[in-house]
Design a binder for this molecule. Structure first.
Ligand SMILES: [Ca+2]
Ligand SMILES: [Ca+2]
Ligand SMILES: [Ca+2]
Ligand SMILES: [Ca+2]
Length: 344
């Protein structure tokens, strides 16, 4: 109950703060500190033009995000090279979704989403253990005059779903504004700092310009009654969504070159979590517990003598607190005895 109330407070509109975010490709102060910072040089070229529109390299230096007034605001700081490199963003916003990208997702960005998914052989981009993608956003830029483009898609547990091309825009305050979906996209490609070119250790901190996106929570699948923290995995990809860079958020770590074919990527094999967490429910664990047999203290699938020993050893502490009252006592012993036997 308390979780529900505190969650609604977080999601409530705060008019005084609303005015502080403008979709323009820059993370204003209202975003606060970066949720993740790049830790490896870019293998997709170091942008150094310093122009608000055209960039001659791609990098992700950091990720900022904020939820306000029913909107998720994200700034992916860095550059998107104006040669139609892709910025691919996956959101885990609720139960279900895809830990490994399927091959039957909506046809968006010239079927580029499915280019990353299962080709029929059981491959497909695999996210970290507790990341199940529910929503996809992608943007790209280039051409003359300079233009930006974006697509969105649902990622349902069994595939299918809907997706759409949502329009084009420019740089600065000349934003992409998709009124039907309430999505806005702003670019400021002027960063010439952040990480350099290469594959070595780097620090992307300090960059606050890049791609800024506004996504309604209702669009991306956040449950208004029982929301969960939003996880964001973003990376730079090749023109056809067919060659992943080494610019992921959160970072892949030093001494990592471009990952190449997205279908072959398995992020569980890369140390750390390649996602950032937007806290909606303070204290919520990244990986919700799947243990529905709490009295199985030693995790062997059976509630038995070893669990009883464990509970008695934890007596008076919170180490085997099964009923959630903060201590291990007789009521916990009652719970354990009531679930004696094989976990169901
Ligand atoms: Ca902004
Ligand atoms: Ca999910
Ligand atoms: Ca740079
Ligand atoms: Ca990982």
């Amino acid at each position: 109950m308390n979780r529900f109330i505190s969650t609604m407070a977080v999601l409530a509109v705060t008019p005084s703060a609303l005015a502080q975010i403008v979709i323009d490709g820059t993370a204003e102060k209202a975003y606060g500190a970066a949720l993740a910072v790049q830790n490896v040089q870019t293998n997709f070229g170091n942008a150094n033009l310093g122009q608000i529109d055209y960039a001659n390299g791609s990098e992700i230096d950091g990720l900022f995000a904020r939820v306000e007034g029913g909107i998720l605001y994200i700034v992916i700081a860095g550059n998107v090279e104006s040669n139609f490199n892709k910025l691919d963003v996956f959101l885990d916003t609720r139960e279900g979704g895809q830990n490994r990208l399927r091959g039957n997702n909506p046809n968006v960005s010239f079927d580029g989403l499915n280019r990353m998914g299962d080709s029929g052989t059981g491959n497909g981009l695999t996210f970290d253990e507790c990341f199940t993608a529910d929503f996809y956003f992608t943007t790209t830029c280039g051409g003359a005059p300079f233009a930006t483009y974006a697509n969105i898609a649902q990622l349902l547990t069994e595939g299918g779903g809907t997706g759409d091309y949502i329009g084009s825009g420019g740089s600065g305050t000349n934003i992409l504004n998709s009124e039907p979906y309430g999505v806005q996209v702003g670019y400021n490609n002027s960063n010439a700092a952040g990480v350099d070119g290469g594959t070595g250790a780097a620090d992307g901190s300090g960059v606050r310009t890049g791609v800024e996106v506004a996504l309604p929570l209702s669009l991306i699948g956040v449950d208004p009654i029982s929301p969960q923290n939003i996880k964001i995995c973003a990376f730079i990809n090749g023109t056809g969504h067919d060659f992943a860079s080494n610019q992921f958020m959160a970072g892949l770590g030093p001494n990592t070159a471009n990952l190449g074919d997205p279908r072959a990527i398995n992020l569980t094999a890369v140390a750390g979590n390649q996602y950032a967490v937007v806290e909606i429910v303070p204290g919520q664990p990244d990986c919700p517990s799947t243990n529905d047999c709490p009295a199985d203290i030693d995790g062997d699938g059976v509630v038995g003598g070893t669990d009883l020993t464990g509970l008695l050893a934890a007596w008076g502490t919170n180490a085997a607190d099964l009923d959630g009252d903060g201590t291990t006592a007789g009521t916990d012993l009652t719970v354990l005895l009531a679930s004696w036997g094989t976990c169901q």
